[in-house]
Design a protein around this ligand. Structure first.
Ligand code: NDP
Length: 253
């Protein structure tokens, strides 16, 4: 198995895309630490594989992230595979956006990735190989209306991986890449459905169809489509892929 003996960290591993990536990496032999704020979600995923270990951690809490990742590395080894996936989707017209809402999105989607990558890299010896991946979004490569803070953070993390890929090039064997999915069938999308049902006076299926229209093939993506790209970036085959964004969005951009 390709990742036997490697320690992987997946933030937001209790649900959706993170959960699927954690399970797939466990199936390839890695030992995984999954993080999130809801212990019960993490316990449920950890119950599916004895290679998966839960760690309750809020990515906006600097001490929790630094201590949590250091503790996980003490237990399971340096973080060789790091999937910064935790994120929130916030929406609404720009002119009604509050500074608090803006800051909450920045704290989770941008500061959270900075803290996760920095704390995880600090566990990794200078000469150790690493694959560091952030789950950005199609909103990282194009503008998304009524989701300006989200769009800014998802563009921001692409700047982060591009900068890091330059900074580490020729110094350390760690690659940094971003996944940019379109609309995926997960809780983040489900949480937007009630608002759409009210706004467009449609049922749940109708609201889902409105979201799916954002993907060029007009279907919500399955989490496994993003998982496949993450597994490839973690594989030996992708050792020369660095500083890249991979869009999984039906060719939207
Ligand atoms: P989910 O809502 O299922 O996953 C989000 C995860 O992030 C949850 O497990 C949540 O756990 C965790 N999380 C949120 N805030 C925090 C926090 N402050 N600290 C720690 N963990 C946190 O949706 P997805 O799987 O879809 O989302 C995963 C990533 O994929 C996100 O970054 C999202 O922006 C991105 N994405 C999603 C798309 C989609 O259409 N679904 C499209 C493009 C990108 P908990 O609440 O327990 O903390």
């Amino acid at each position: 198995m390709e990742h036997t003996g490697k320690h992987a960290l997946v933030t937001g591993g209790g649900s959706g895309i993170g959960r699927a990536i954690a399970l797939a990496l466990a199936a390839q032999g890695a030992t995984i630490t999954i993080t999130g704020r809801r212990a019960e979600m993490l316990e449920e995923v950890a119950g599916l594989s004895d290679r998966i270990h839960p760690a309750v951690m809020d990515v906006t809490d600097e001490a929790a992230v630094r201590d949590g990742i250091a503790t996980a590395a003490d237990r399971h080894g340096p973080v060789a595979l790091c999937i910064a996936n935790a994120g929130i989707a916030t929406g609404g017209p720009f002119l009604s956006e509050s500074l608090d809402g803006w800051r909450r999105t920045m704290a989770t989607n941008l500061d959270g990735v900075f803290l996760t990558f920095q704390a995880a890299l600090q566990t990794l010896p200078q000469d150790a190989a690493g694959r560091y991946i952030v789950v950005s979004s199609i909103a990282g490569v194009r503008g998304l209306k009524n989701a300006i803070p989200y769009t800014v953070t998802k563009h921001g993390v692409i700047g982060l991986i591009r900068g890091l890929s330059e900074e580490f090039l020729r110094k350390r064997p760690v690659t940094f890449n971003a996944l940019c999915p379109g609309y995926v069938d997960t809780d983040i999308v489900h949480s937007q459905l009630p608002g759409l049902m009210r706004r467009f006076d449609v049922d749940r299926a109708g609201a889902e169809a409105i979201v799916a229209k954002g993907n060029r093939h007009k279907q919500l993506l399955e989490v496994d489509e993003t998982t496949a790209a993450a597994l490839w970036l973690c594989s030996d085959a992708a050792r020369s892929v660095n500083g890249q964004t991979i869009q999984i969005a039906g060719g939207q951009v």
